[in-house]
Design a protein around this ligand. Structure first.
Ligand SMILES: CC(C)=CCC/C(C)=C/CC/C(C)=C/CC/C(C)=C/COP(=O)(O)OP(=O)(O)O
Ligand SMILES: O=P(O)(O)OC[C@@H](O)CO
Ligand SMILES: [Mg+2]
Length: 232
C-alpha cells in the first residue's frame, strides 16, 4: 500500500498556540517547500486555534494534517488531508496509549479513511509531551529499536515518530529505529535548526519534522532545513 508520506522528506509542524514571526503569513509558511504541514502542539491547543490555522493554510497546495493532542481538539474540516493520531509507546500509563483513543471513538464519529497512526517514542524528558505523558525517556538504542519494531509488527502503526521535541537527538538511537522498520515510515523531530542539522537527521530517518524553528526564526530558516532534508 502506498501512503502520501512515502514520498515526503520534510514536515513542518505548526503549533496553533504559537505565533508566526512578525510580517510572515501562512502563505509564506506554505511556500517553504515543505512536503506537508502537521498542525499540533502539546500545551494550550484548542479546536478554535486549530481551525484558525487550518483555514489560513487551506487555500495553498501543501497537504494539511491535524495532529491532535487530545480528543477535544479534533476538528472536522474538508481542508484537512487527514489526521495523524499519536500513541505514546513509552508513556507512563495507559491513557496516552489507548485511553484517549477509546474516549475519542466513544464520543466522535471518525472518518477512518483519513485517520492514520503515529507511534511516538518520546525521548526528551524536558519536553512538555514527555511531562504530560510521564514518558520513560531513559532508553538505549536497543530499547528504541525494539519499540519501533513492536509498533510496526505488533500494533500495525503506519508511522513511527522518534520525538526529541526541543532538543537535537542521538543519531545512534534514531538509526536504531530506522534499522528496525521495514514498512512503517520513520519520522524524526527535535531541535532541527539549520541545513546541517536537517541533513544529518534526514540521513537517519525517512522524514524530518521541524517545529519551533518556524515560530522562533521564521520561514527562511525553515527553507534551509527543507534543502538539508532533500539533499540527504
Ligand atoms: C486519541 C486522540 C485524538 C488524541 C490523543 C493523542 C495522544 C496520545 C497524545 C499524546 C502525545 C501528544 C501530546 C502529542 C501532541 C503532538 C506533539 C508531541 C507536539 C509537540 O509538542 P511539544 O513541542 O512538546 O509541546 P509545546 O510546543 O506545546 O510545548
Ligand atoms: O520543535 P522542534 O524541536 O523542532 O520539534 C519538532 C517536533 O518533533 C515537535 O513535536
Ligand atoms: Mg513544540
Amino acid at each position: 500500500m502506498t501512503n502520501p508520506w512515502d514520498d515526503w522528506d520534510h514536515v513542518l509542524k505548526v503549533d496553533p498556540d504559537k505565533d508566526l514571526r512578525p510580517g510572515e503569513t501562512f502563505e509564506d509558511v506554505c511556500r517553504t517547500g515543505t512536503d506537508a504541514i502537521e498542525i499540533g502542539g502539546t500545551l494550550d491547543v484548542t479546536a478554535e486555534k486549530m481551525t484558525r490555522v487550518v483555514d489560513a493554510a487551506a487555500e495553498y497546495d501543501v497537504p494539511l494534517y491535524q495532529e491532535p493532542s487530545n480528543p477535544g481538539v479534533v476538528i472536522d474540516s474538508p481542508s484537512l488531508d487527514g489526521y495523524l493520531i499519536p500513541t505514546v509507546f513509552n508513556a507512563g500509563g495507559p491513557f496516552w496509549i489507548t485511553g484517549a483513543h477509546k474516549e475519542w471513538v466513544r464520543i466522535d464519529d471518525l472518518d477512518w479513511s483519513r485517520t492514520h497512526t503515529e507511534a511516538y517514542i518520546v525521548m526528551n524528558p524536558e519536553a512538555s509531551v514527555a511531562q504530560l505523558t510521564e514518558a520513560d525517556c531513559d532508553l538505549s538504542a536497543d530499547d528504541v529499536g525494539a519499540y519501533a519494531k513492536v509498533a510496526e509488527r505488533m500494533f500495525g502503526q503506519e508511522i513511527v515518530y522518534v520525538e526529541y521535541s526541543g532538543t537535537f537527538g542521538d543519531t545512534e538511537k534514531v538509526a536504531a529505529a530506522h534499522d528496525a522498520l521495514d514498512d512503517a515510515t520513520l519520522f524524526y523531530g527535535g531541535g532541527i535548526h539549520d541545513y546541517e542539522s536537517a541533513n544529518e537527521m534526514a540521513a537517519h530517518s525517512d522524514v524530518i519534522v521541524v517545529g519551533d524553528l518556524l515560530h522562533d526564526e521564521g520561514v527562511d530558516a525553515v527553507r534551509e532545513t527543507v534543502k538539508g532534508a532533500q539533499d540527504a
